[in-house]
Design a protein around this ligand. Structure first.
Ligand code: FES
Length: 150
């Protein structure tokens, strides 16, 4: 076990965990930030996506000892009142079906738009195609990302 001081959603949090613990489980089990979901655990599905210094990363495969002072943003910290442009577009397009993948989808889309505010259809597809949705809501996901980019 070791103590880590983490920057999460603009606040400082201290945890005492095994250094190999994936950030996903630090968030969910130690900090009660359960908006970030476990899907595959092997960086293949995108359900666990959070931002590390603004970049979309897969928290299931990121040991807590590897992140240093980087700023972690989770779905809970993306906006004050669920009013990030991607979240608003998500509601407008009624994207989720079961909703399990949506936090990861939204975090991936938000990172894309932060880095590329006006992505082409192809750029949206490339950025989003690693985030799996078992309900197959891909058309609505793409439409929402497009709306959020306007
Ligand atoms: Fe991390 Fe699937 S749970 S990518």
């Amino acid at each position: 076990m070791a103590i880590f001081n983490l920057n999460i959603n603009g606040t400082s949090k201290q945890v005492d965990v095994d250094p190999n613990t994936p950030v996903l489980w630090v968030l969910r089990d130690h900090l009660d930030l359960v908006g970030t979901k476990f899907g595959c655990g092997i960086a293949q599905c995108g359900a666990c996506t959070v931002h590390l210094d603004g970049n979309a990363v897969r928290s299931c495969s990121l040991p807590v000892s590897s992140i240093g002072n980087s700023e972690i943003t989770t779905i809970e910290g993306l906006s004050e009142n669920a009013d990030h442009p991607v979240q608003k577009a998500w509601m407008e397009h009624d994207v989720p079906q079961c909703g399990y993948c949506q936090a990861g989808q939204i975090m991936t889309a938000a990172a894309l738009l932060q880095q590329n505010p006006n992505p082409s259809d192809e750029e949206i597809e490339n950025a989003m195609n690693g985030n799996i949705c078992r309900c197959g809501t891909y058309l609505r996901i793409k439409a929402a990302v497009k709306t959020a980019s306007k």
